[in-house]
Design a protein around this ligand. Sequence first.
Ligand SMILES: NC(=O)c1ccc[n+]([C@@H]2O[C@H](COP(=O)([O-])OP(=O)(O)OC[C@H]3O[C@@H](n4cnc5c(N)ncnc54)[C@H](OP(=O)(O)O)[C@@H]3O)[C@@H](O)[C@H]2O)c1
Length: 306
Amino acid sequence: MAPRLAFLGLGLMGQAMTANLVRFGNMEAPLTLYNRTKRKADEHSVKLGSCKVAQTIEEAVSNSDIVWSCLENHEAVMHTFESILSVDIKGKLFVDSSTIPPEKTNAIAERVLSAGGEFVAMPVMGEPTMAATRSLICIPSGNPASVDRIRPYLEGVVCRSVVDLSGEELGTSSLLKLMGNFLIMATMETVAEVNVLAEKTGLGTKNMSKLMNVMFPNPPHAVYNRRMVSGEYHTGVPMVEVHKAISLTESVLDMARKCGASVKLYEIAHEHLKAVEAFAGPTADITGIYGATRQESGLPYENGTQ
Ligand SMILES: NC(=O)c1ccc[n+]([C@@H]2O[C@H](COP(=O)([O-])OP(=O)(O)OC[C@H]3O[C@@H](n4cnc5c(N)ncnc54)[C@H](OP(=O)(O)O)[C@@H]3O)[C@@H](O)[C@H]2O)c1
């Protein structure tokens, strides 16, 4: 019998992923949706069709074989798993795509496994527009047989590629995801600084984009360049709110300090994120790093205002 799926967490990522699950997942049973703020689940369900909304986490879990979560942070995941673990989870598979520290992943996985469930840690790389276009990268780790249970819903359904860590300790994929975030922050810094330099030298960001679009036509460079040069970094819906990015970068800096790694580039990115928060507030977009770099260079935070 085809597995029944539930998805917990309908934020920017969860909404895009569930839309693709319904459209491309060849699911025989309706997808169960749960969100802490139920109104969002109701509205999303109407938009998608072929879904049903669960009133509680317990209801979603009890009526499903695979429960996939994508929640804000480790507090949200811990809180959600307290409810999950209050029902019988024997034989059920839990897949978590939230970005959380490796030790939290291991702690939750241990509790799920000892209650008779299966657990796959599967953080994702790619922001919401990439999630919408099935361009994510999924990084599953855990028992290979458990990873195989979720595999039919990955490539071509919610993502373009899988970095397969099956057989590895569960926290490994969370650790690799943090490294992926490191690459993202460093890319964002590069794109922000080169555009500021282009403007200050008189070359202009239009000419800069001509080269950028040929040298680095793909995400993430292309995504950040578009958001920065178009002004979306201060006018658009944030793809990641800066306060969330600060909390993630701080956990990576802490990890680097503990293992004695030198990460100066990342420290600069962190400083810029703090400057974004101080100037534009905690819900400003992460690519406001461009605005912070502009200010350091004597330009206004917002582009197109001179
Ligand atoms: N955005 C990105 O670019 C991106 C890229 C890769 C990975 N991720 C990761 O994907 C995850 C989700 O990101 P997102 O952008 O979708 O975030 P989001 O739009 O802020 O959505 C967060 C989700 O978590 C739920 N939530 C928050 N606190 C909760 C709690 N205490 N109990 C239960 N539910 C709670 C929210 O419910 P409510 O609707 O009730 O608030 C919402 O469904 C995060 O771990 C993020 O790091 C994000």
